[in-house]
Write a protein that binds this ligand. Structure first.
Ligand SMILES: *Cc1c(COP(=O)(O)O)cnc(C)c1O
Length: 465
């Protein structure tokens, strides 16, 4: 399978180059040249597979012969071995034909583990084949950093440097990163805020001359194609459990960068009967405004109780736009430049097409807390604020109670104790057993000034041989 840039400005790349490059050289995102499809009869034979077997069926057409089947199976097995539920992604019923897909049973208690466990093992395999080593560099305000660190802790060919703003992430979030003591893990607390961290990362990517020859930086942010690909699997998993392909269903997805819900869109293109995809947003509602009112203005960022969805621009939306604009890369390059320059509207025909499949809904913090409170009062089921937004959007956008609706639960409530307490939950929601001693574990991190050259020197001095 070859990969194209959404902006049409570079030749098709192999799967492994697309994964190792992350962002396409023309500033676009990689998408597969064709979307593989499966017939209903074939999908029906996947009932009863375990999660890893299903993952192999769903992902292998995107990879082609670049990874041998046995190697892919091993990568998948290793990626999901650390999940603490036999079903990996279990479904819980919360109402009549209403379901929650729990995606928080991975090592860091958020759905990002699905993609980053897989990406870590995949990168290590590709690098081993090439006899190459890389350094992953990223900035985090919370979830992504810990999931990336957990994903790479056993990788032999990867050093990982994760920047977080010193004293500005929660203790649980910091400790999820800094208590991983492997030699290739480097936690750097920057004297600055999250934007400072991102600026430092950008500058390091822009000029990599400080690295020894043969070494490169790799980004593992949510635009990496392999992350999207790994997320397609659980849409098939949930749908098969609820009667697909014979029965259609809808998904509601707490959305920030549009990676997770784009994976649901791909599942539908591949042949899964998905009736609707519901974009659930917090007060940072650019996608909701875009879909419901063709208003794509970039408004200032608001800090909410669902911080992993606090995003001003949803990068992966470009991948959907590419299809909506008939895969015309030049048109997308123009559109992105226009949006950047302050244009706020999409082509009405493209938008109408999006609306055939996508619906959207927005919740502010007060509404989010009310949902957590009501759900807990009704059934003692505790939602984290991100998942609560998904559940509320599913109910709001539901047209027909005969179609099962699945809301994706993207984080464990213990990660967001403050919001859960504001919803009236007494005490602190307990961490799962494997993390119960997190607050006593030894930590390791370095505090660095907000300084480009200092960061470059630190990275160069700490690369493995
Ligand atoms: C990252 C994240 C999201 C948003 O997912 P996108 O793929 O960026 O849309 C939602 N909830 C949680 C808990 C997350 O960590």
């Amino acid at each position: 399978m070859k990969y194209l840039s959404t902006r049409g400005g570079c030749p098709p790349q192999s799967f492994s180059d697309a994964v190792l490059t992350g962002l396409a050289p023309d500033g676009g995102l990689f998408v597969p040249e064709t979307i593989p499809t499966f017939g209903a009869a074939e999908i029906a034979t996947w009932r009863g597979l375990d999660y890893g077997e299903l993952a192999q069926r769903v992902m292998s057409p995107f990879i082609g012969d670049e990874i041998a089947a046995a190697d892919l199976q091993r990568i998948i097995t290793d990626s999901y071995a650390g999940f603490r539920h036999r079903a990996v992604a279990p479904l819980v019923q919360i109402g009549a034909n209403e379901w929650v897909l729990e995606l928080f049973h991975g090592p860091t208690l958020a759905f990002k583990d699905f993609a980053l466990q897989f990406l870590g093992h995949l990168l290590d395999h590709l690098l081993e084949q090439r006899g190459q080593k890389v350094a992953i560099l990223g900035a985090t305000s919370g979830d992504t950093g810990s999931a990336a660190i957990e994903g790479c802790r056993r990788c032999r060919n990867i050093d990982i440097f994760i920047l977080h703003p010193h004293r500005r992430v929660s203790e649980v979030q910091r400790r999820q990163m800094t208590t991983v003591l492997a030699d290739n893990i480097h936690n750097l607390a920057i004297e600055g805020n999250f934007d400072d961290c991102q600026r430092l990362v950008k500058a390091a990517f822009a000029d990599q001359s400080f690295l020894p020859s043969g070494r490169q930086l790799v980004a593992v942010n949510s635009i990496n194609w392999a992350r999207i690909m790994a997320q397609i699997v659980y849409y098939f998993w949930a749908a098969l459990a609820l009667g697909a392909p014979a029965r259609a269903l809808s998904f509601s997805v707490p959305t920030g960068n549009f990676g997770d819900i784009f994976a649901g869109y791909l599942a539908r293109r591949m042949g899964l009967p998905v009736e609707r995809l519901i974009i659930a947003t917090n007060a940072n509602d650019i996608l909701h405004r875009c879909i419901s009112a063709n208003d794509c203005r970039r408004l200032p960022l608001v800090h909410t109780l669902s911080p992993s969805m606090d995003i001003m621009i949803s990068s992966n939306f470009e991948r959907l736009l590419f299809d909506l604009y008939d895969r015309d890369g030049a048109a997308i390059a123009r559109l992105m430049a226009n949006l950047e320059a302050g244009d706020t509207r999409l082509d009405p025909t493209a938008l109408a097409r999006a609306r055939e499949l996508f619906a959207s809904h927005r919740l502010d913090d007060e509404e989010t807390i009310a949902v957590i409170r009501d759900e807990y009062a009704a059934s003692e089921y505790l939602l984290d604020p991100h998942s609560a937004i998904g559940v509320a959007a599913a109910r709001h956008c539901r047209r027909d109670s005969a179609t099962p609706t699945v809301a994706l639960a993207t984080a464990h409530p213990a990660k967001f104790a403050e919001a859960v307490q504001r919803a009236g939950y007494g005490g602190t929601p307990p961490l799962p057993a494997h993390l119960h001693d997190l607050l006593e574990r030894q930590e390791r991190y370095r505090v660095l000034d907000n300084d480009r050259d200092g960061l470059r020197r630190h990275i160069a001095a700490h690369l493995s041989a």
